[in-house]
Design a protein around this ligand. Structure first.
Ligand code: ATP
Ligand code: ZN
Length: 647
């Protein structure tokens, strides 16, 4: 039960929630039931069938509608007198300026990607509004509190850029949607659009394009599926302008453009598989003479594998069709999923992957666990109430573990101090080593300012000389001038950038400005420094640890298969390796000293302290693994940073 004081703080609060997905639905419900009365929600997406298993505010009839709006309506049904304001929009939309943030007492993130999280972090700092961050991956999760000047900001320590993340979505699409639709239960609910343009929209019984027509040849059928999912469905998606306002538009791909019809007919050599009595050894790669699973196939080869594996399923494994579920040890299934994921990746401008990599990703996908989202949402609200009461001594970052430690599944730790060399929350300049005679301004803007510093609308200045900016209100001359600058080497710019120059970069939408000291360097190691430049400053810790009790060891070697993501074996009782999860990237492992935990710090801990019962509870949920929230857990790496706790 909340105290009088807590209730007063809750009732008077105006909160912003960003994201109304897995965590967001739980969070909105918990906020409403805890007495919050003024809640604003931003979410840019519409509801999909695959969300329904865990985003419990949504029903099948809501598919296609705004998540923020439907979530609001669902909660108003049981809390009709509170105010919930939905925004069906990208949080990076310039309408959400610093003044927008200033109206809130606290911002609560339930996002699934680094880019949006960094953006919100910057605006919360600019507006001086506390931010509570969260993330989940399967059974793992965490909640962190970020208060300007008091605790570390979300970006105080660099997070490696996600490498495979967008590709994971292609794998999930190929595996859980396309493979399931073609070879699994025909009557399942599925997000794939199954109606073609010829199907009259009025007819309820319009044909399902995935059904093979009577007498239809395998090649024709394959081509129809290919053109539907990679061509027509992409065109349908493109017609919704709203979706692409802040995203890269995909390109429809049709089979005739990649592989002329004759080539599809001559595609594979099914006979090569004749020796295979065992259906499990049938392989499209063998049929096509593609040998190495490590090779990254071209779009054309992926298309050939697509047609060939489809053909082999229909010819050699006909009996299994309708009952198949994806299995990473099923060679033909992996070939099909790799090819389909790569063709989709090509459409979205995402780098293609080898069969070997795709198999690893497909086999390691961690599904969302609704209970973890619910626990994390509860913890967000607990921290939010402390923040509203300005109860700084009780702020905790809490980690939800997979296996109990000291009979606990929730690990609270003290928040950390801000990193004094963080370019986001402090004014410490960065250092860029670059060959100023070879590198162009475009390289700095793309590889450093956008990719590393996460600025979306950057402006680059040298002293008072404006070298580059983006914006809707620029006149033609300025646009031409900036375009010309982008193609000049740094030392050849109108206001030359050389060793010793201080460059100022700014993103007006994020209210972020930082200075970069330029150091000229002649040579770079192509393998280790592929950008041809090195950015530093931000990663070094300003803190010299003196107090052993306050020190955190670096997670020197943290290899984290999903089940080991939090590894306790061989560790001192009070020390644990923690991997922040659900952040849309693979994050470094960190060891953190645990607090003495009492039930005061985590009020509902007592309900899950029984080792056996809590484990069983979670394992039951594992049975329902048809969630599609995916975060790859890869090998973690140390960020090599020492941090200092607040107390
Ligand atoms: N830039 C953004 N602006 C607004 N909302 C965002 C932004 N980025 C992500 N989101 C929202 O954050 C939510 C994250 O929820 P969640 O992790 O459950 O993902 P999901 O997209 O619902 O599910 P899945 O990715 O597993 O299909 C989504 O609803 C998504 O629309
Ligand atoms: Zn910071």
């Amino acid at each position: 039960m909340a105290s009088e004081q807590q209730l007063t703080a809750i009732k008077g609060a105006k909160v912003l929630m960003v994201g109304a997905g897995g965590i967001g639905c739980e969070l909105l419900k918990t906020l409403a039931l805890s007495g919050f009365q003024d809640i604003h929600i931003i979410d840019m997406d519409t509801i999909e069938v695959s969300n329904l298993n865990r985003q419990f505010l949504f029903r099948k009839s809501h598919v296609g509608q705004s998540k923020a709006k439907v979530a609001r309506d669902a909660v108003l049904r049981f809390r009709p007198h509170i105010s919930i304001t939905p925004y069906h929009a990208n949080v990076k939309d310039p309408d959400f300026k610093v003044d927008f943030y200033k109206q809130f007492n606290v911002v609560l993130n339930g996002l699934d990607n680094l880019d949006a999280r960094r953006h919100v972090n910057r605006l919360c700092l600019a507006a001086d509004v506390p931010l509570i961050e969260s993330g989940t991956t399967g059974f793992l999760g965490q909640v962190t509190v970020h208060i300007k000047g008091k605790t570390e900001c979300y970006e105080c320590h660099p997070k490696p850029a996600p490498k495979t993340y967008p590709f994971i979505h292609c794998i999930v699409w190929a595996k859980d949607l396309l493979f399931a639709k073609l070879f699994g239960d025909k009557n399942q609910d599925n997000d794939l659009n199954v109606r073609s343009s010829d199907a009259t929209s009025s007819s309820e019984h319009a044909e399902d394009v995935f059904e093979r027509k009577k007498g239809e040849g395998i090649e024709l059928y394959g081509r129809r599926i290919y053109d539907h999912v990679f061509g027509y469905n992409i065109e349908v998606a493109l017609s919704n302008e709203e979706t692409w306002k802040n995203r890269n538009r995909p390109r429809p791909i049709y089979s005739r453009d990649v592989l002329p019809f004759e080539q599809i007919q001559q595609n594979g050599n099914v006979d090569k598989n004749l020796v295979a009595d065992d259906p499990s050894s049938v392989s499209a790669m063998a049929s096509l003479g593609l040998k190495s699973p490590q090779d990254i196939w071209s779009l054309k080869d992926n298309s050939r594998i697509f047609f060939e594996s489809l053909k082999l399923f229909l010819v050699k494994r006909e009996k299994e069709i309708g009952n198949l579920t994806f299995d990473k040890d099923d060679q033909l299934a992996v070939e099909f999923v790799t090819a389909a994921a790569n063709i989709r990746a090509s459409s979205f401008g995402i780098p293609l992957h080898s069969l070997f990599e795709a198999k690893g990703i497909a086999g390691n996908i961690v599904h969302a666990v609704a209970t973890t989202n619910a626990i994390i949402a509860g913890l967000i609200v607990i921290e939010a109430i402390k923040v509203l009461q300005n109860d700084a001594n009780s702020y905790r970052m809490t980690y939800c573990l997979e296996h109990p430690s000291k009979k606990m599944l929730l690990m609270p730790v003290d928040p950390f101090e801000p990193n004094k060399s963080c370019y986001v929350c402090s004014e410490t300049p960065l250092l860029l080593e670059v060959n100023t005679h070879c590198s162009k301004l475009r390289d700095v803007v793309e590889k450093i300012v956008k990719a590393k510093l996460g600025m979306s609308c950057p402006l680059v200045m040298h002293g008072s000389a404006l070298l580059y900016e983006v914006g809707d209100d620029l006149d033609e001359d300025m646009v031409a001038n900036y375009a010309a600058n982008l193609d000049k080497v740094l030392s050849g710019l109108p206001s030359p950038i050389t060793g010793g120059t201080i460059l100022t970069v700014e993103d007006l939408h994020q209210e972020l400005l930082c200075n970069i000291n330029i150091k000229h360097r002649e040579e770079f190691d192509e393998e280790k420094e592929p950008d041809g430049m090195v950015l530093s400053g931000w990663t070094q810790s300003p803190v010299k640890e003196k107090d052993d009790n306050a020190s955190i060891n670096n997670g020197a070697s943290a290899s984290h298969a999903p089940s080991q993501a939090v590894s306790l074996e061989g560790k001192e009782d009070s020390e644990i390796e923690i991997v922040p999860v659900g952040t849309g990237s693979v994050l470094p492992g960190k060891k953190r000293k645990l607090l003495d935990i009492s039930e005061d710090t985590v009020p509902y801990l007592s309900s899950i302290t029984d080792e056996t019962s809590s484990k069983n509870k979670l394992e039951e949920i594992d049975d329902d693994d048809d969630g599609d929230d995916v975060v790859m857990l890869d090998d973690g790496c140390s960020d090599g940073i020492k941090k200092k706790r607040l107390r």
